[in-house]
Design a protein around this ligand. Sequence first.
Ligand code: AMP
Length: 192
Amino acid sequence: MRLVLLGAPGSGKGTQAARLKEHLQVPHISTGDLLRAEVAAGSKLGLEAKEVMASGNLVSDEILLGMLEDRFSRPDTRDGFILDGYPRNLAQADALDKLLTRIRQPMDYAVQLDVPTDLLVERIAGRAKAEGRADDSPESVRTRLKVYDDQTAPVIEFYRQHGQLTVVDGVGGLDDVFNRIIEALVPAKEVG
Ligand code: AMP
């Protein structure tokens, strides 16, 4: 199954993707994780991305598409994947659609985790304490939420128009949200 998780920073995409990966037995592809690995490795790409990431802005579409193409060319994605953190704007949504059409692996589902903004801020603050991510500073968080509203939210409409969108209530315990996602995916699994 090929699915993309949509939702604001702090909506629980990463947490749910990790669980879905075990349940569906397909790889979890997080563009944030891929970028953080490049930064940690000190690669050329990582050096380019580092400051942009720390500020909460988006790394260039070109870098992201190259990274994704590379990831999709690995054999473990043949039976599907859970994409998390991409697409972040309409140009990326369009590029992904074209890429998946070209490799004949169209998206089955776009699952939006719906969480109100005040709860997002609370969750990110909790994560900042627990993980100490460089982009969880208050200023960067504000930028990330604004970038989400301005650039990423329109992607939801893109998938709605393509008939691929499922909205899931992202408020509640991890298990509750996970079960809601699984329920939303059942029809596709039955069709195969
Ligand atoms: P995330 O872990 O998904 O919140 O991503 C962390 C940071 O990596 C973001 O704030 C961006 O700076 C960068 N990033 C991740 N995915 C993308 C993307 N699809 N397009 C542009 N930048 C991205």
